[in-house]
Design a protein around this ligand. Sequence first.
Ligand code: HEM
Length: 128
Amino acid sequence: MSDESTVIAEIGKPGIAAMVAAFYRLVRHDDLIGPMYPDDDWEGSEERLREFLWFRIAQDPTYVLKRGHPRLRMRHMPFRIDAAARDRWLVLMAQAMDETGVSGSSREWLDNFFFQIADFMRNQPESP
Ligand code: HEM
């Protein structure tokens, strides 16, 4: 079973940074979720996701020192996140992982991890 230590060993901090950079290059131009992000702070968004992931994966305290407890569901409440937005986020992240060569056990762990969080962020009732 892969876990966080697999990701630390196989991908490491530079791999996570490359993946997150690739993700935001894609998000910027995305018609569905791109407009949700503040257009004047792409570097800030990239930094927050990168530091959150390294906190969650490797217990690096940088994110929490800057932002406090993640409270991600609450922090996503201002945005309309339905199944389509969730799926788009996941597709773009999968593309970013493909581009930066995230594969094998780390990829399995991250795919599952991202799905769990993205699904938890949904805050819109689905239409029938
Ligand atoms: C489900 C689809 C998602 C959408 C549409 C979405 C959208 C956004 C937006 C618009 C922001 C505000 C911009 C910013 O401060 O960076 C944000 C912040 C953030 N998102 Fe997401 N997000 C999604 C899923 C996720 C997932 C799966 C994760 C983690 C694996 C995540 C982690 C974060 C983090 C760490 C922040 C910054 C929180 C802060 O410190 O203020 N998001 N997201």
